[in-house]
Design a binder for this molecule. Structure first.
Ligand SMILES: Cc1ncc(C[n+]2csc(CCOP(=O)(O)OP(=O)(O)O)c2C)c(N)n1
Length: 603
């Protein structure tokens, strides 16, 4: 059946049995396809029936589907003309792993950072009202994404509106890790029926004086468990709550959505799904199968630790010596290499859910009381906590160590996840120290160094592995000092972070001076000036946008001192980068030995 389905119109005449068969085919297709390309396997196996039901009942693009994060929208892609492109998922020039407006008119909103769907869909719902159309805007949000602060801001607004907004809460009790927090506990109570029965007993009391109504209410509740019960959190906020219903039962999904289609007010349907549904290995280990990598072609005989793992090891080793140390993650325990820390130091480990803004200010609060918070955060997600970084941390000069992971280009996740702005947006903030290690050993040493300093300290490091195997060290590195790797003539290369690798190759070819800068702020001004005076051509290289980044900092210094030695800044362009492998992308954007050599010869 699947090969005959190109667009949502092709499923409109199917009966429930056929829809279920189609769901089974899509499940097989996804398992096979994602095993080849990599991608968010578990999340997508959980949304097949829901997506089919939504496309059966509603009509995109007139009705707008806003998928939160957008990582669970593969079935939506398949049903909207992109099935044959699924083999290109997450590859260069291929389909995005998230929703993307450029990719299809059925993708109402681009996503990848979480918790934006209710705001965006509310905007669409209000636009529909103002444009006097009857179309429905639908936000599909996971229980993980619901923990993000923006969701609450949007619920606050939506509940006070009369917009035709349908929120579908896709509740699988999982974020990437097990979902955490009071809201998650509340949803669990809602599902387990405890809250329902509390409400039932309350309404029983109220209705006791009206026996007929009492009997009706009881019978009604038996049929529509949880439906129209007063006082869920959402109803208190002015949003009608429906459910919970089984998110893998197509018939119930379709009938419920048909009922809800014409309600025309803010409403929330609570749908219970299973992450990895239909694939036992994924159901049994939902964390591992949240997202999987494509099978790697080269087998690594002696695998090197990733930068995240090196950070995690440092965290454990240091926490054992320093009881002030607290580890914080906004829902990225595994990705940030913190699993071992969470187990060894459960009292000093905080997964605060998908709440980057809160994570930053929470760290600030801890710091005011003499603790030493270490916030592990991806560069791209730190963007969420920018005001908190400035206002709550830097302005008060609080001692918070930011371990900024996934700096630079991240590869298959594409532009939404690229950590290419942090040097520019952090460098301009007073009181901040910014370090970029060139290897895992240097990461370890710079983390040691960071812990001895006061104020906000950022250590930013990339996705991937360093070629160095032994990284544990007690050594501290001098603050604001670069490290001269080799001395050459005429050309000098200032390398920031792991760009040192390609810079080394270029420096050998050019017989150039090469400096591992280590610090973006404070910059090693005296070394730069000395080098500028003794060389004819300067080149800086960084895995950050060239605008306002590390090379810009060198340029500002040269300008200030009236130095005219020419400087070429190699960094990322002033447009959003693509998806692809990290290697492909760095080559594409000129962060390569070849480009450095070309730059040196003025090409
Ligand atoms: C702002 C932000 N922080 C962190 C992430 C990383 N992230 C991607 S998916 C995800 C979990 C989402 O859980 P949920 O919404 O319940 O979806 P599920 O995969 O369980 O269906 C997280 C933390 C993100 N995309 N955006």
């Amino acid at each position: 059946m699947l090969s005959n389905i190109q667009f949502p119109s092709d499923i409109k005449n199917l009966d429930f049995d056929q829809l279920q068969s189609l769901a089974d085919e899509i499940r097989d297709f996804l398992i096979e396809s994602i095993n080849k390309t990599g991608g968010h396997l578990g999340s997508n196996l959980g949304t097949i029936e829901l997506t089919l039901a939504m496309h059966f009942v509603f009509d995109t693009p007139s009705d707008s589907f806003v998928w939160d994060v957008g990582h669970q929208a593969y079935t939506h892609k398949i049903l909207t003309g992109r099935r044959e492109m699924m083999s290109t998922l997450r590859q260069k020039d291929g389909l995005s792993g998230f929703t993307k407006r450029d990719e299809s008119e059925h993708d109402a909103f681009g996503a990848a950072h979480s918790s934006t769907s209710i705001s965006a869909a509310l905007g669409m719902a209000i636009a529909n009202q103002l444009n006097q159309t009857n179309n429905t805007a639908i936000a599909v949000i996971g229980d993980g994404a619901l923990t993000g602060g923006m969701s609450f801001e949007a619920l606050n607004h939506a509940g006070d509106s009369n917009a035709n907004l349908l929120i579908i809460l896709n509740d699988n009790d999982m974020s990437i890790s097990y979902n955490v927090g009071a809201l998650n506990k509340y949803l669990t109570r809602l599902i387990s029926g405890k809250l329902c029965s509390i409400m039932r007993s309350k309404s029983s009391k109220l209705l006791k004086g009206f026996p007929r109504l009492h009997g009706f209410a009881k019978r009604f509740e038996e049929h529509f468990k949880g439906m129209f019960l007063p006082s869920t959190l959402f109803e208190e906020l002015g949003i009608n709550y429906f459910g919970p219903i089984d998110g893998h039962d197509i018939k119930t999904l379709v009938k419920t959505l048909q009922n809800l289609k014409n309600h025309n007010t803010p409403r929330l349907l609570h749908v219970i799904t299973k992450k990895g549904c239909g694939l036992k290995t994924a159901e049994n280990d939902p964390i591992k199968y949240h997202g999987i990598a494509p099978p790697s072609s080269a087998s690594d005989s002696k695998p090197k630790p990733s930068y995240s793992q090196v950070f995690g090891r440092w965290l454990c080793n240091t926490a054992a010596k320093d009881t002030r140390l607290i580890g914080i993650t906004p829902a990225m325990c595994e990705g940030s290499g913190m699993v071992e820390f969470s187990k060894s130091f459960p009292d000093r480990y905080f997964d605060v859910a998908i709440a980057e803004q809160h994570a930053v200010t929470f760290a600030g609060g801890l710091a005011t009381h003499g603790l030493k918070p270490v916030l592990a955060i991806y560069s791209t997600f730190l963007q969420r906590g920018y005001d908190q970084f400035i206002h709550d941390i830097a302005l008060q000069n609080l001692d918070v160590l930011f371990a900024i992971d996934r700096a630079g280009l991240v590869g298959a996740d594409g532009p939404t996840h690229a950590g290419v702005f942090d040097l520019s947006f952090l460098r301009c903030i007073p009181n901040v120290v910014i370090m970029a290690p060139s290897s895992s050993l240097e990461l370890y040493q710079l983390l040691n160094t960071a812990l001895t300093l006061k104020g906000p300290i950022c250590v930013r490091f990339p996705r991937g592995k360093s070629s160095i195997e032994h990284f544990e060290s007690d050594e501290l590195l001098p603050i604001g000092k670069g490290n001269i790797i080799r001395k050459g003539t005429n050309v000098a290369i200032f390398a920031f972070g792991t760009t040192l690798e390609c810079a080394t190759e270029a420096a050998n070819t050019l017989n150039a001076t090469l400096i591992d800068m280590r610090f973006i702020k404070p910059l090693d001004e005296s070394l730069i000036l000395e080098i500028a005076a003794s060389h004819k051509k300067l080149i800086s290289i960084e895995d950050n946008v060239a605008s306002g980044g590390a090379g810009s900092a060198i340029n500002e210094l040269l300008q200030k001192d009236g130095i005219t030695t020419p400087l070429s800044i190699i960094g990322l362009p002033d447009y959003f980068t693509e998806q692809g492998t990290q290697k492909e992308l760095y080559e594409l954007y000129g962060l390569s030995a070849n480009n450095i050599v070309n730059c040196a010869s003025g090409e």
